[in-house]
Design a protein around this ligand. Structure first.
Ligand code: FAD
Ligand code: NAG
Ligand code: NAG
Ligand code: NAG
Ligand code: NAG
Ligand code: NAG
Ligand code: NAG
Length: 582
């Protein structure tokens, strides 16, 4: 309907109070949208401007290429084939650390649209799909600022990326300028925090590029060794999406969520200013950064978190699979024997990581922080009593370690990259477990019956001390179990098949879990992008405040991540362009 002539755009630009050259208007089904600028739009930066940007970032701007491009002859007319690099990509595509170290790769590829997969046939087509167009491999704070400023000034889709871990597609974006923070690996430790507030214990300041296992390792190298609340996954980032979405992990039932332990953030704001957010400086931003959503309020440059003295720890493993039984009823009695004790475990400060597929229940590990082998054996005995009484066959083992770090390295398994999955999930509370433990296990059965599998966490940051004032969903304080559901589906599957898989995740499996655990909620980092009422499901009563803070700190939407505060007006049009309703 709308004519895109420069004159009309100039007029509309004036009428809307925006510079005509800085956005593109389009209409769809009677609604008008103002879009980010994409190649071909008048407002898209000229080659000269990109050249200038490259100079500003000291040569660290690259044309973004999907990792698989080197296995294909060309991408948009750029020749890309390189036999040696292709062999490297093919050998490493499922390697987590390798994937996180690439400029724009995504750990899980569904949200890249799988349009340029590694192949042995270079003549097959390669397009960018939902990968971005440009990437700044930032080496200094000024490089990050140059990228954010450029994106703001030219109204470009901006993506901040550290590890590419986000399996909800939030570190990739069609036509985006990506700012890669992965080289910000600085870390420093102090035995006595001296910043604002009353806390005077140990603290660590880590850069935006640090990953969980390397942080744990650095903490372990301190004298005496310390621990930090981080994720279970070795390669997940710390300062980015993880802590900004809340961050659970093996010590979370003992010391709270990662976001409960943040002391300060050094950030770059949407307007391009470097500021500190802590209890005294910009306390509203500090609050929002602690769980209010990834890539929503600011770009984090570095993060200061509490450290704690190391503790001896013990772990128990449990397996029930087709080696033990093919009787489905017996198998689910085994699942229930563990899961029914969720609240009991977290009330003992424990964490459990488990995987559930048809005929495979793999519990590795049950973590007992500050426990000896004898202590954990005693605590888990009620689970074995139930298993034995029901006649469920299983395998188990118990191991004790001098430190949590030793346990972490020994018992937590690496995960693989390159998966194609759609996700959903549910936080379940003490009350849900008390009232409907059996119904929850039935919902797990429904999940498996619908071609999905589960990665589960018995985690309860509520009893942990001290309970921080932050933006994570208050329902986490009552949590005892959090499960993620995964439905395999290729990113390049026909649109109808994608819609069907999404429907199963949201309206079959998601519905079953919501009904089974009505007092729970959902986790922004590991949830369903189509979660009904995502605002309340992700943040509960905190949402209105988060919305106001988004309007205050990023009114024009420099930062964007799907289903985060203030994104209600934004829509991806034609599966590609990011636009805001006007
Ligand atoms: C295998 C696997 C294991 C996981 N394990 C855990 C776990 O144990 N506990 C847990 O809570 N979660 C876990 N997650 C989920 C994880 O918290 C989210 O995927 C999180 O968003 C990853 O953050 P990242 O910065 O590493 O990833 P990225 O993909 O690099 O970024 C994720 C989001 O954060 C934004 N972001 C990144 N850096 C910055 C920054 N410096 N400033 C502002 N925004 C930024 C990005 O724009 C994007 O929106 C896991 C995910 C996977 C795939
Ligand atoms: C940016 O500059 C570097 C160094 O001169 C060069 O190698 C690189 O190709 C340039 N990037 C782009 C996108 O032109
Ligand atoms: C993404 O993939 C779907 C098929 O699953 C396709 O219809 C669509 O055109 C693709 N979009 C892009 C930008 O690659
Ligand atoms: C279960 O079935 C599989 C496959 O048929 C078989 O290999 C396995 O031995 C069976 N397990 C038991 C406990 O009978
Ligand atoms: C660990 O347990 C011992 C008693 O077994 C207790 O004295 C100590 O305070 C505990 N440490 C922590 C960090 O909870
Ligand atoms: C079942 O669990 C045991 C570990 O206790 C393992 O050795 C075995 O490989 C598993 N079997 C299957 C089929 O997963
Ligand atoms: C937590 O549980 C208590 C007790 O059941 C309840 O009163 C409170 O409303 C719950 N909080 C949330 C946020 O659900």
């Amino acid at each position: 309907m709308l004519d895109r002539s420069p004159r009309l755009l100039a007029f509309l630009g004036l009428a809307l109070g925006t510079a005509a050259s800085s956005s593109q208007l389009i209409t769809r089904t009677g609604k008008t949208y103002s879009c980010k600028c994409y190649p071909g739009d008048d407002c898209y930066p000229t080659p000269d401007k990109w050249h200038q940007l490259n100079a500003t970032v000291e040569g660290n701007l690259q044309v973004a290429l999907p990792p698989g491009a080197v296995c294909h002859n060309s991408l948009n007319g750029i020749s890309t084939f390189d036999a040696a690099k292709c062999a490297d990509v093919r050998a490493n595509f499922e390697d987590e650390q390798w994937t996180t170290d690439q400029p724009i790769a995504n750990l899980w590829t569904y949200w890249t649209n799988d349009t340029c997969v590694p192949t042995t046939d270079p003549s097959t087509p390669c397009t960018r799909g939902f990968y971005g167009d440009w990437v700044i491999l930032a080496k200094t704070k000024q490089h990050i600022k140059a990228g954010v400023d450029f994106a703001r000034e030219h109204n470009l889709r901006l993506v901040i990326r550290n590890t590419g871990h986000d399996f909800m597609g939030r570190s990739t974006g069609f036509g985006a300028l990506i700012v890669n923070t992965h080289s910000f690996k600085d870390a420093s430790f102090t035995k006595k925090y001296t910043g604002p507030g009353t806390y005077r214990g140990g603290a660590a300041t880590v850069g935006a590029g640090i990953q969980v296992r390397e942080m744990y390792r650095l903490a372990n190298q301190q004298d005496p060794p310390v621990i930090i609340v981080g994720g279970e996954c070795p390669t997940v980032g710390v300062a980015g999406g993880y802590i900004q979405g809340g961050g659970h992990g093996p010590m979370a039932s003992f010391y709270g969520m990662a976001a409960d332990n943040a002391l300060a953030f050094e950030v770059l704001t949407a307007s391009g200013h470097f500021i500190t957010a802590n209890e005294v400086e910009n306390p509203d931003l500090f609050w929002a950064l602690k769980g209010g959503g990834p890539s929503t309020f600011a770009t984090v440059i570095s993060l200061t978190v509490k450290t704690f003295p190391e503790v001896p720890s013990a772990g128990v493993l449990l397996d029930i699979n087709s080696t033990h039984t093919n009787d489905t009823e017996l198998f689910f009695k085994g699942v229930a024997a563990m899961h029914d004790l969720s609240s009991y475990f977290v009330d003992h400060g424990m964490f459990v990581y488990w995987e559930l597929e048809p005929s495979r229940f793999h519990v590795q590990p049950i973590v007992g922080p500050n426990m000896t082998a004898a202590q954990i054996t005693q605590v888990v005995q009620p689970m074995f009593d139930v298993l034995d009484k029901a006649g469920v066959p299983y395998s188990t083992s118990t191991k004790a370690f001098n430190t949590f770090f030793d346990l972490y390295i020994d018992l937590f398994e690496d995960e693989s990259a390159g998966n194609d999955l759609l996700t959903g999930g549910r936080i379940m509370t003490h009350r849900d477990i008390a009232q409907n433990a059996a119904g929850i296990v039935d919902a797990y059965k429904t999940t498996l019956d619908n071609g999905a599998f589960i990665i589960g966490h018995i985690v309860g940051p509520g009893g942990a001390v001290p309970v921080a004032n932050n933006a994570i969903h208050p329902v986490w304080r009552n949590a005892s179990s959090f499960s993620i559901t995964f439905k395999p589906i290729a990113g390049n599957a026909p649109l109808g098949a994608k819609a069907d898989a999404q429907n199963v995740i949201t309206n079959v499996i998601g519905k079953a879990l919501r009904e089974a655990a009505p007092y729970g909620g959902a986790y922004v980092n590991e949830g369903d992008l189509e979660e009904p009422n995502w605002q309340t499901e992700y943040w509960g009563a905190h949402y209105p405040r988060l919305l106001k803070l988004k309007q205050k700190w990023d009114p024009t939407g420099v930062f964007y991540a799907r289903t985060t505060p203030g994104t209600e007006d934004w829509e991806v049009i034609d599966g590609a362009k990011l636009c805001r309703k006007v």
